[in-house]
Design a protein around this ligand. Structure first.
Ligand code: PMP
Length: 417
């Protein structure tokens, strides 16, 4: 499951032109008829025609609330929603009963924090995170720690952006109540050895919560084989809709967890004397869910499976190598994260320039990148900077995107000298 093992060698037959053609948004021109090189994929990915059509079809033909109605539309909406759960579980190697729908990675991690960990946490306990975490995998644990007197312990990142695994292991102690870590860093691109980390945590009886937001679209996932307790991801980084995500969990853990939000759809019976709760996953899905989100994600997964997630990852590795080769000699360039196991994400600074000036000049040349701290402020502090620019690649990016990016960056650097 560890990514580089999961990546197939670049398939000579990978037809990126036909992949691109399925993403209508990529065909547009921007700023004075410039070709669009969309390299902001770590923030969110574009949606293929198949996903757009699934969303359109749902709202045109099947729109209804789920689970409660008996009429034709309600039955179809419910079937679409629950079929999507089965499809998503199969894609991720997870149990249907352990596939909880959320608003995204952030909400999935908060669910684990409030429903699983908070009731178990006492003063002096520890929650182990890493220095490369997204704020979504820091702040919920900090809030719990403040409430309970527990402590968030941080494992350091090496200078090349790889996790210091020995230091991480040393911090797994008898006081650790949760090890929460990112699968693929959204800033460094670092691919953590999650299988090894899960095994080490399990050996010490420590539960694991993995932030898979940047992993699922780029490498195969087999949650069951991985053996983690919780794994979170967002649909919008997987060619699906925004506002939807998934928490994969071991069903036996969910069964023992209390609800964290109350309302419709998560109950068995309600009276003013008390309420009994539905079985998981419904117990954790209070209120009308994002039905189209589930259907859209299932369509995205069908699409990605047909394209081949391992082939997509291998294609992106080629783009990463080519892009690094193309920009390596730009004077003053500093790339954050050069660990050997790295996804196609390049965060960088150029000496003497501000990332926002770089990104504006790239934008004027049709190249979309992100700037700022990318919700990893502690990581940027670790590298002694407050922000960076970030180019991130997806399955539909091609050699022309790489060439356009490198040329635009070279020109931006010259203009800012
Ligand atoms: N973790 C990582 C590594 C991410 O890249 C992101 C999105 N930037 C998140 C968590 C949060 O995802 P969402 O905003 O979809 O909840």
């Amino acid at each position: 499951m560890n990514a580089p093992d999961g990546l197939a060698p670049t398939l000579p037959g990978f037809d990126v032109a036909s992949v691109r053609a399925q993403f209508p948004v990529l065909a547009q021109r921007v700023h004075d008829d410039r070709r669009l090189a969309y390299l902001d994929n770590a923030a969110t990915t574009q949606k293929p025609e198949a996903v757009l059509q699934a969303l359109d079809h749902y709202y045109r033909h099947d729109n209804s609330n789920v689970h409660r109605g008996v009429h034709a539309l309600a039955a179809r909406a419910t079937k679409g929603y629950e079929d999507a759960r089965a499809r998503i579980a199969r894609f991720a190697g997870a149990d249907v009963a352990g596939t909880v729908f959320t608003r995204g990675t952030t909400e999935a991690i908060n669910l684990v924090a409030y429903s699983y960990l908070l009731p178990r946490l006492e003063a002096g306990d520890e929650i182990l995170v890493t220095e490369m975490e997204h704020h979504a995998n820091i702040v919920p644990w900090q809030i719990l720690a403040e409430r309970t007197g527990a402590r968030v312990v941080v494992a350091p990142v090496r200078d090349d952006g790889g996790l210091d695994l020995d230091a991480w292991r040393e911090r797994l102690t008898s006081r650790t109540r949760m090890a929460a870590f990112v699968h693929v860093s959204n800033t460094l691109g670092t691919i953590n050895p999650v299988a090894e980390m899960v095994a080490a945590a399990r050996e010490r009886g420590v539960p694991t919560c993995i932030d898979g937001a940047q992993a699922v679209a780029h490498m195969p996932l087999d949650f069951g084989a991985l053996g983690a307790d919780f794994y979170a991801f967002s649909a919008h980084k997987l060619y699906g809709p925004t506002g939807f995500g998934v928490l994969l969990a071991r069903p036996e853990l969910l069964a023992g967890m209390p609800p964290w939000q109350g309302g419709g759809d998560m109950i068995e019976t309600v009276s003013f004397d008390g309420t009994t709760f539905a079985e998981p996953p419904a117990r954790f899905e209070a209120g009308t869910p994002h039905i189209a989100g589930a259907i859209g994600l299932a369509a995205a997964i069908d699409w990605l499976d047909a394209t081949g997630v391992a082939a997509a990852g291998a294609h992106e590795q080629t783009l990463l190598r080519d892009a690094m080769d193309a920009i390596r000699d730009i004077p003053g360039l500093r790339v954050l994260g050069t660990a050997p196991d790295k996804a196609a994400i390049i965060a960088f600074t150029i000496d003497g320039t501000h990332p926002s000036d770089i990104s504006s000049l790239l934008d004027m040349q049709g190249v979309a990148v992100r700037i700022g701290h990318h919700c990893t402020m502690p990581l940027h502090s670790r590298f002694g900077i407050s922000g960076s620019a970030r180019a991130s690649f997806a399955v539909y990016n091609d050699g022309e995107d790489v060439t356009q990016f490198a040329a635009a960056l070279t020109k931006a650097r010259e203009m800012l000298r």
